[in-house]
Ligand binder design. Structure first.
Ligand code: 4NP
Length: 154
């Protein structure tokens, strides 16, 4: 059985592409197969673009590559994916609002896995100067993806 995971954030250029790449890396290192991971945006602004250069360089510093092209979330994602992750409370309320009745996806906040309650929000680093917030998001994703895999992916 293939399980499908979708990482969501507002623009799909900062946090969710990092979360996607980190989840794939976590699964690969654990030799876990049959899991598909993708990411998408709540909003349309960056559709067709690559991730923010700061997200790409943060991942590169950890020897990870990000080739994702931004796409916006679609109604059918709620029936195609098993798990849809938001990064913050705004993402979660948008996901709950967009979810069609009877959608199969479980809507979860990524930081609810493995992180201290005070660090559970993966904050938007887009408007910050520099890349420090991207490294923080990366580190949160590393902990949360490993914890989710251990807890929920048999
Ligand atoms: P992200 O960050 O949701 O982590 O990709 C953002 C990127 C772009 C915008 C907002 C958040 N924006 O408004 O363009």
């Amino acid at each position: 059985m293939v399980q499908k995971i979708l990482m969501i954030c507002l623009g799909n250029i900062c946090r969710s592409p990092i979360a996607e790449v980190v989840m794939v890396d976590t699964l690969e290192k654990a030799h876990k197969q049959n899991v598909v991971v993708d990411s998408a945006a709540i909003g349309p602004w960056h559709v067709g673009n690559r991730a923010d250069p700061r997200a790409i360089s943060t991942l590169a510093q950890h020897d990870l590559k990000c080739t994702h092209i931004v796409r916006q979330i679609h109604k059918k994602d709620f029936t195609e994916f098993d798990f849809i992750f938001g990064m913050d409370e705004d993402n979660m309320s948008e996901l709950r609002r967009l979810a069609p009745k009877g959608s199969k996806a479980e809507l979860l906040m990524l930081g609810d896995f493995g992180l201290e309650p005070k660090n559970r929000i993966i904050e938007d680093p887009y408007y910050e100067r520099g890349a420090a917030g991207f490294e923080t998001a990366y580190q949160q994703c590393v902990v949360a993806c490993a914890a989710f895999m251990k807890e929920r992916l048999a």
